[in-house]
Write a protein that binds this ligand. Structure first.
Ligand code: ASP
Length: 474
């Protein structure tokens, strides 16, 4: 192994040595409280792991995986104190979110206009939306069947309910009160922005409005007859913006292994493992359902493309580690662009068109989560659900998953909408808040797997999937 310690890592070592001397001398001089055992372990384990990750001559995806594993270990052994390192993860996420609006807009505009004519756009658009729509319904239906079959909410002891309510009632109430509950028609109308700038300046940005506006512009430019010079100028400009955003991400992604380390360590460190036991059945069923959904993509990609099974999984795993650690489809978009085009061989125009659309409307893992959670909460409250209620759950879970932005915790908020529609007390969301993080990480991974699979399949159908030879079926 050819290990090279660059100047950056030499300076890092010197700074670290100085910091350690200060940390150990300062308490002796009464300048600082002495570190406790956990903090000492942390101050050794985390910086040393960073150093090792930095000098190992691995490729970036492997380093990200190493970050994921070491971060999990760090979360276990250090616990909540790890929070001191979370700014690294937050800065990484902010840097990615910083480029998301211009990236989605330029990608979708360039992608839509490059499809050329309305018929091609219509065909690809229809296939994309149909695929996501159907699969999201499948996700919600699997969730519903599992929750009905295994009844995780029945028999949850009274004291466990009270403990969950006491721990999470206030936070859940606070979150639920911020949710606006538009009707179906209002949701539909809201896709059309009154003012695109107010739409994108909200937090999180209204991605559906952004997508709608970008597609309108992409379609409109193809409808203008002549004016080739001007049209080329506009397209070149947005192509340039797209390239610049990707360049920023290419630089930012270098810190991904460390950010992933910190994000996962934080998730593990903060996680209430005692709750996992209380909610074991609900968590197990939701994770099991997500795993089933994830697995279905493997034969689908095999039968509907020319990719071999292991090649496909190897191709997509870098983006899955990002999705898992960030809990955000939007934050995973730039890496997904790279993975789909460079590793799987999806054409640039299909990726430009489909992937920004996917992170916005494809949330089949989230639909599954909403279905299991709604049924679980109803069962805990002893509210019987009729067949019509169940169908309504599938529909509302599907629609609210489509409407949820690809950011952490989005469908937890949408769960309030689902509960309201079927008359389940919304305070019930407190029951599932304690295990929300692990479920969010997992459903985001499934959402992203769906996005990548659909891009590969539709690219293949359009004759625009050109994988490297080692990924091809034998
Ligand atoms: N975090 C999910 C995603 O970004 C959305 C959600 O289900 O909360 O895909």
């Amino acid at each position: 192994m050819n290990i090279q310690i660059t100047r950056f890592w030499k300076i890092y070592l010197i700074c670290y040595a100085v910091l350690m001397v200060i940390l150990f001398l300062a308490p002796a001089l009464d300048l600082l409280e002495p570190l406790n055992k956990n903090q000492i372990i942390m101050m050794i384990f985390v910086p040393v792991s960073f150093f090792v990750m930095g000098i190992l001559p691995f490729k970036l995806p492997t380093k990200i995986l190493v970050g994921l594993i070491l971060g999990t270990v760090a979360g276990f052994i250090v616990g909540p104190d790890i929070v001191i390192f979370t700014p690294i993860g937050s800065i990484f996420l902010r840097l990615i979110f910083m480029v998301i609006v211009p990236l989605v807009f330029s990608s979708l505009f360039v992608g839509t206009q490059s499809l050329g004519d309305i018929r091609t756009m219509g065909r690809i658009g229809f296939r994309t939306v149909a695929f996501y729509g159907l699969y999201t319904i499948v996700g919600a239906a699997i969730g519903l069947m599992l929750a009905n079959g295994f009844t995780p909410g029945e028999g949850l002891p009274e004291d466990a309910q009270q403990q969950l309510m006491a721990n999470y009632g206030d936070t859940a109430q606070d979150k639920a009160s911020k949710v606006v509950k538009p009707s179906f028609l209002e949701t539909l109308v809201n896709i059309v922005p009154k003012n695109i700038f107010t739409g994108i300046s909200s937090d999180p940005p209204n991605m559906l409005q952004l997508v709608f506006f970008a597609i309108c512009m992409g379609v409109a430019i193809t409808l203008i007859p002549g004016m080739e010079e001007k049209k080329k100028l506009v397209v070149n400009f947005f192509e340039g913006i797209f390239e610049i955003m990707l360049k920023i991400i290419n630089v930012v992604i270098e810190i991904a292994p460390y950010a992933v380390f910190v994000l996962i360590a934080d998730a593990v460190g903060q996680f209430g493992f005692d709750l996992l036991f209380l909610l074991a059945k609900y968590t197990g069923i939701t994770l099991g359902g997500l795993f089933i959904l994830w697995v279905t993509y493997i034969p689908l990609s095999y039968f509907c493309t020319n990719l071999n099974i292991f090649g496909f999984i190897r191709g997509v795993w870098p983006v899955m580690t990002i999705a898992f650690s960030t809990s955000s489809s939007a934050a995973s978009l730039p890496v997904m662009m790279e993975t789909c085009t460079k590793r799987l061989g999806v054409s640039q125009r299909i990726a430009n068109f489909m992937l920004p659309l996917s992170i916005t409307i494809n949330m089949n893992g989230s639909a599954l989560y909403q279905a299991t959670s709604a049924v679980f909460i109803a069962q805990v409250y002893g509210i019987p659900l009729t067949l019509v209620d169940q169908i309504v759950i599938v529909l509302i879970a599907t629609l609210s998953a489509i409407g949820a932005p690809g950011v952490p915790g989005a469908s937890f908020m949408m769960l309030v909408v689902v509960l309201t529609q079927i008359g389940i007390p919304i305070e019930g969301v407190a029951l599932v808040l304690g295990v929300e993080r692990i479920l969010d990480m997992s459903r985001t991974t499934v959402n992203i797997m769906g996005d990548s699979t659909a891009a590969a399949i539709i690219a293949h159908w359009e004759g625009e999937l050109d994988p490297p030879p080692e990924l091809l079926k034998k």
